[in-house]
Design a protein around this ligand. Structure first.
Ligand code: ZN
Ligand code: ZN
Length: 256
């Protein structure tokens, strides 16, 4: 069975674990090694259990712990050419493996399918992870959906989908300067609840067993708003929609 969990989700750090057979893939590591080790322990894992790390893009909340974790535990790192380029000086002692968009890469018992997304990074990728029959789709850190994204996320058994902000809460937030609001709202920024809801309406299907809303802004969103938006899109009960938290992450979910 394919199963997955999140170490944490949000602008202070991200990490998704996917396990199948003896393969355990960590996607992004936005925490220190100590913090990552503690969060892995909550899931019954140690850093030595990781087969590989795949990186989506170079923002700190996704890469903070990658270099130290990879070197200390000799874990291979997979990412785009562009992410390697921008990290070249900091990652000079890492041997990275380059991923090509939409070409699957076998990592142990898993297949990693990268796809490109609009976000303000050098060459950001998001991923569909498969064991050949079951598919987990990951999409966070994306300014807007595209036909390419809809195609990539078709027929997933589980989805981890960004619901970053509520437009009104963001617009009315007095603590955010207008330049930051513009960056978040831009087509290379982050996905708001309404846009995520529209995407979900387009890609929903019978096989979907699990939906996890991720990368919620602690200042400009609320889980209740997200549950309402996503349950309307799927026509399901609000408590069917899971929320990934910054501190607690999301516990193991096994795809049947
Ligand atoms: Zn992020
Ligand atoms: Zn980002």
């Amino acid at each position: 069975m394919l199963r997955f969990a999140l170490l944490g989700s949000g602008s202070d750090g991200n990490g998704l674990i996917v396990e199948y057979g003896s393969t355990r893939l960590l996607i992004d590591c936005g925490f220190s090694v100590t913090e990552t080790t503690a969060r892995l322990a909550r899931l019954g894992l140690k850093p030595e259990d990781l087969s590989a790390i795949a990186v989506t893009h170079e923002h700190a909340d996704h890469i903070q712990g990658v270099e130290r974790l990879a070197r200390r535990f000799s874990i291979p790192v997979y990412t785009s050419q562009g992410t390697q380029h921008v990290m070249a000086s900091k990652w000079s002692r890492l041997q990275c493996k380059t991923l090509q968009c939409t070409q699957p890469t076998a990592i142990g018992d898993l297949e990693l399918w990268p796809y490109t997304v609009p976000h303000d990074a050098r060459e950001p990728l998001q991923y569909v992870i498969s064991n050949g029959t079951q598919r987990l789709g990951l999409l966070t850190d994306v300014g807007q959906s595209t036909p390419h994204i809809e195609q990539a996320l078709a027929l997933c058994d589980a989805l981890v989908l960004e619901a970053n902000h509520d437009i009104q809460l963001l617009n009315n937030n007095p603590r955010y300067p207008s330049s930051l609001k513009s960056r978040i709202r831009s087509i290379y920024g982050h996905l708001d609840n309404g846009s995520a809801q529209q995407l979900l309406s387009k890609i929903k299907h019978q096989r979907l067993q699990c939906l996890v809303a991720a990368h919620l802004s602690e200042d400009n969103n609320h889980p209740d708003i997200v549950r309402k938006a996503f349950s309307e899109a799927l026509g399901c009960e609000e408590d069917w929609v899971h929320i990934a938290h910054q501190e607690e992450g999301f516990p193991w979910f096994t795809i049947q």
